[in-house]
Design a protein. Structure first.
Length: 578
């Protein structure tokens, strides 16, 4: 096809890239593109940003550069001009258990902001975004919703499970092995062998931890192509998904089908549904409200909780179950889970997706697989209610959240043992300075107080490794990893740094948690809490400058997604319409 015919495919007169490619005034801009080897034909075509979170920080992101090349081939084959760029990631598996975890949640918003700035600065017309590790998935999808240009999300894929003496293992097992080692149940040699075999390939953590939870969300919410979020990173079929995404983005430009046409209130409910049904990460209750904010939709932790409450838990995935993402993909992928939920009446089938078809239309060709036991029908669930539950009470007026998938005990009452940071708690756990029945309280780890709302996997995994996982509970205004299991309640709000009730608890106060009734309370009267609040004083932040300090000045409550900007409600003009 010649250049003239290519120009007629998509009219650039209303696309953002016209500002840097069209007319005499754009001659200086075009000269830069000629410097990079582009032809006049390529400059006349729509510009598609191909954004990746590639880096050498961890296996989660290492395969993204290769996959981006397949996306670019697809864009070019469909007569678009791809422009590749990268953004940061902070990988939780490496940041976990030390000061580095303060960077994790903050990176979500930095990713969104940096993708927005790159797209705005260069006037790209559409976006294909590839992400691997936990916060990079919502960060990339939030950028798509904020910019509202035609967009497709691609997950880089999960890691393959390791093998340790004939048993499949994930990084979760390594974190828990630290606990085994601390009480003498694992030798130095065994720990060294396990750490060397647990992560055998590129890809993000294999269980239904945060990365795979948000990957599942990407398909259910309509921003990813069917099946694309399930294929493990090493599988060559990922290149086919990437090529197809590159071609399909050009169709979305022609249709002017935008992310906010796709991510509606119903789509957000679909997303919450697959989280609950798969026993997904509690972090979804933070990221879904943040994504909703970019669309101007009110959808907080309690809205997420209402969906969780009525959704059956049907996917037997780690950490609560026995299977990993690879098993899910080979059983039928995320569409199999979605089909079970749609057939059971738990999903909105009329939501639009990046295929240009609705969820229901996409599911028409999905056949149920009776030869697998990873995903069940909704009529025969693992448990009748979701794998994740929101809580509320005098200890958490603004809510809290717990993953109950795989838990046998759903109620817990015990005395508080309080810590003002994770390190002190981890030290107490390592030295076994606790009793069965205790409720650990880790506070001043919220979005402002941390700052950065750290995850507590190192501590919870150590408890599990010591055999105390079901004998104690832990509550925090921070977060938990998607790999956390046990009675662990996060996102307690208001956070301690704002004088929330969690800041007022003393050692020995009796705390009651009921994941059936959805309550969390401390055995103190309103009068006693008010009296303690009068003597409470805000703590000085550990950071006085830099990005973590800046984040603490901007960030809002976990209930609403730990937001750092007003979202679409404060928007004066949409980027896609410049």
């Amino acid at each position: 096809m010649d250049a003239k015919n290519t120009i007629t495919i998509i009219d650039k007169s209303k696309l953002p890239s016209r500002h840097v490619t069209e007319g005499p005034k754009s001659a200086p801009h075009r000269s830069y593109y000629y410097a990079m080897g582009l032809t006049p034909k390529q400059i006349k075509q729509p510009f598609v940003g191909v954004a990746t979170c590639w880096n050498e920080a961890a296996p989660c992101n290492i395969a993204l550069m290769r996959q981006a090349q397949a996306v670019k081939k697809g864009v070019a084959a469909a007569h678009g001009t791809p422009r590749e760029f990268t953004t940061i990631t902070v990988t939780d598996g490496i940041a976990m258990g030390h000061e580095g975890m303060k960077s994790s949640l903050i990176s979500r918003d930095v990713i969104t902001d940096s993708v927005e700035l790159t797209m705005r600065g260069h006037c790209y017309d559409a976006l294909v975004g590839l992400a691997g590790c936990d916060k990079s998935l919502p960060g990339m999808m939030m950028a798509m919703l904020r910019l509202n240009v035609p967009s497709i999300f691609l997950y880089g894929g999960s890691i393959l499970p390791g093998q340790f003496r004939g048993n499949p293992v994930t990084v979760q097992d390594v974190f828990e092995a630290v606990g085994h080692h601390s009480v003498g149940n694992m030798s130095d040699e065994d720990l060294e062998e396990l750490e060397q075999v647990a992560c055998p390939s590129a890809g993000a953590c294999g269980g239904q931890f945060t990365a795979n939870t948000m990957a599942t969300v990407s398909e259910a919410i309509g921003l990813a192509l069917p099946y694309s979020a399930g294929a493990p990173a090493p599988y060559e079929i990922r290149d086919q998904f990437c090529m197809t995404a590159g071609e399909q983005i050009m169709e979305l430009i022609k249709l002017n089908l935008r992310p906010r046409d796709i991510v509606t209130r119903k789509a957000l409910e679909n997303a919450a549904t697959v989280v609950a049904a798969s026993g997904g990460s509690t972090n979804a209750a933070l990221h879904l409200p943040a994504m909703a904010n970019e669309c101007g939709i009110d959808f907080d932790i309690f809205d997420v909780g209402e969906i969780f409450k009525k959704t059956p838990y049907i996917a037997d995935l780690k950490p609560g179950g026995k299977y990993v993402a690879k098993d899910m993909f080979e059983a039928g992928g995320i569409p199999l889970l979605m089909k079970a939920l749609l057939d059971g009446g738990f999903m909105h089938g009329d939501c639009m997706t990046v295929t240009g078809r609705t969820i229901a239309e996409n599911m028409e060709s999905v056949k149920w697989n009776d030869a697998q036991d990873v995903v069940r029908r909704t009529a025969t669930p693992i448990t009748p209610t979701g794998g994740v539950v929101t809580l509320k009470g005098n200890l958490a007026p603004d809510g809290a959240i717990v993953k109950v998938a795989g838990m046998k005990k759903l109620k817990f009452t015990g005395p508080a043992i309080c810590f003002d940071n994770e390190e002190d708690c981890f030290e107490a756990v390592t030295k076994r300075q606790y009793k069965d029945g205790d409720v650990f309280v880790i506070r001043y780890e919220g979005p402002i107080g941390g700052p950065g709302m750290r995850e507590m996997l190192a501590t919870t995994a150590a408890l599990y490794g010591q055999g105390a996982g079901d004998k104690v509970a832990l509550i925090t205004d921070g977060r938990f990893s998607g790999a956390t299991r046990g009675f662990c309640i996060g996102h307690v709000g208001p956070e301690a740094a704002k004088g929330g009730p969690i800041a007022l608890i003393n050692n020995g106060d009796m705390i009651s948690i009921d994941a059936v009734a959805g309550t969390i309370s401390v055995d103190l009267s309103d009068e006693e809490l008010a009296k303690r609040k009068e003597s409470w004083k805000p703590r000085e932040s550990n950071f006085g400058s830099g990005v973590i300090w800046k984040y603490a000045q901007l960030v809002g409550d976990a209930r609403y997604g730990a937001l750092t900007n007003p979202g679409a409600k404060g928007e004066k003009a949409c980027y896609a319409d410049i």
